[in-house]
Design a binder for this molecule. Structure first.
Ligand code: IPM
Ligand code: MG
Length: 356
């Protein structure tokens, strides 16, 4: 198989972790007889520094022409003062929107080897943590109007949350389809006791559920969900939620699995082209020190093979390689716990690549 992958290294630890994911993809291509071509695209703070814009047209074109996009992370305090529409994070939102990537899949899965790294009590972890957050990615408050006015001499800020029914329907279908391949349970999370958007959300999800009689649907308020994720995570299979709630809950979900550094994500639209990125940020405090954990990005590459290229065997091979290296006792600092074999970003990547 021949595929073109647009690669956005981004800022902070982005370049280091992406390099390791590319190394793993190259080994996978070699072992299974595929050909992946990597085309760099600049976005985020580094693009602002070089071109003055967070998402140059050429980068967008590269992503639009590719079969998939691999992304490290963008942003950092260096660009805090940049005009808000040109901020590095805004580039990510523009790209998600331009590629039509409305469905963000974020698996929260505990690797058995890392159960000591979870901050949850042992008896809670023992019940297992294996759920998938399905987050709506190009609607809601992230994409409504944002403005700050001066009213009666005082600054007043407004952010609009808006959802059209069809935006809820398509993400709901994504969640039900995902549940069909898992344990057949969708928990739809909203704030329907306060928000109109959430009332429409609940009603719409309920009506889509009729197409999936084999999948159980539960509704949960977002504040309760935040609590249930730490109280009893084993109750969840697929969590379906809107953009901002999904942003918040997926960070929480990642933490209970031991480290935000190991959780991958896939952002998908109507076609097969997707964008793949770890859910963590650019971690400028440890950038360039070979301390970052590349596993989230490497597992994102595995998701790319599975979802965009339909290469399940190859994806399995990457996941198995990660598991083997963890089994052998190797850890990056963020997941080290009491382990003595703490290794750097590059060595972690090389060890995983070597297993493949
Ligand atoms: C994420 C990030 C982004 C988001 C930021 C960087 C805009 O937190 O992917 O979860 O909020 O979507
Ligand atoms: Mg986030």
């Amino acid at each position: 198989m021949e595929k073109t992958i647009a690669v956005i290294h981004g800022d902070g630890i982005g370049p280091e972790i992406v390099e390791q994911a590319i190394a793993v993809l190259r080994c996978t291509a070699q072992r299974f007889g595929h050909s992946f071509t990597f085309i760099p695209a600049e976005m985020g703070g580094c693009a602002i520094d070089k071109y003055g814009v967070n998402l140059p047209q050429q980068s967008l074109d590269t992503c639009l022409a590719a079969d998939a996009v691999l992304l490290g992370a963008v942003g950092g305090p260096k660009w805090d003062g940049v005009e808000k529409t040109n901020r590095p994070e805004k580039a990510l939102l523009k790209l998600r929107s331009a590629l039509g990537l409305y469905a963000n899949l974020r698996p929260a899965q505990l690797f058995g080897q890392l159960s000591d790294a979870s901050p949850l009590r042992r008896e809670i972890v023992a019940n297992g943590i294996d759920f998938l957050v399905v987050r709506e990615l190009i609607g809601g408050i992230y994409f409504g109007e944002h403005q700050t006015d001066e009213i009666d001499g005082e600054p007043v800020a407004t952010d609009v949350m808006r959802y059209a029914q069809n935006e809820i329907e398509r993400i709901a279908r994504t969640a039900f389809e995902a549940a069909r391949k898992r344990r057949h349970l969708v928990t739809s999370v909203d704030k329907s006791n306060v928000l109109d958007c959430s009332r429409l959300w609940r009603q719409t999800v309920q009506s889509i559920a009729a197409e999936y009689p084999d999948v159980e649907l539960r509704h949960m308020l977002v504040d309760n969900c935040a609590m249930q994720i730490v109280r009893d995570p084993a109750q969840f299979d697929v969590i379906l939620t809107e953009n901002m709630f999904g942003d918040i809950l997926s960070d929480e979900a990642s933490m209970i699995t031991g480290s935000i550094g190991i959780i991958p994500s896939a952002s998908l639209g109507a076609g097969s082209r997707g964008m793949y990125e770890p859910i963590h940020g650019s971690a400028p405090d440890i950038a360039g020190q070979d301390k970052a954990n590349p596993i989230g990005t490497i597992l994102s590459a595995a998701m790319m093979l599975r979802y965009s290229f339909d290469l399940a065997k190859e994806a399995d091979a990457i996941e198995a390689a990660v598991s083997k290296v963890l089994n052998a006792g190797y850890r990056t600092a963020d997941i080290a716990g009491d382990h003595t074999t703490v290794i750097g970003c590059a060595e972690m990547g090389q060890r995983i690549a070597r297993e493949i």
